[in-house]
Write a protein that binds this ligand. Structure first.
Ligand SMILES: [Zn+2]
Length: 90
């Protein structure tokens, strides 16, 4: 099972929707990030099509299930992202 299929199945279990509703938006240049609750990538990119800090157009969208959260840290090896499962969905 692919990661996307797993995410879709988890969200279907939670809300009966086929796709994740939460995305981590990450600038690939300066690592600015935001959490979006817009319904899909097209909607997100309508509002955020460049990084508000460095104007870079390379933004990554990382889909999350309603049960997942993430933490971003800058460590000695560079950008580190930690994903975990919450006890209570959003
Ligand atoms: Zn940036």
């Amino acid at each position: 099972m692919s990661v996307i299929s797993l995410l879709e199945n988890q969200n279907s279990d939670i809300k009966g929707k086929p796709y994740p509703d939460i995305h981590c938006v990450l600038c690939e240049s300066c690592f600015w990030s935001a959490t979006s609750m817009l319904p899909d990538a097209a909607s997100i990119l309508q509002f955020i099509n460049v990084c508000p800090i460095c104007n870079n157009k390379s933004l990554s969208l990382i889909p999350l299930t309603m049960k997942e959260s993430y933490k971003i840290m800058i460590g000695p090896r560079g950008l580190e992202m930690e994903f975990c499962i919450r006890d209570t969905p959003v």
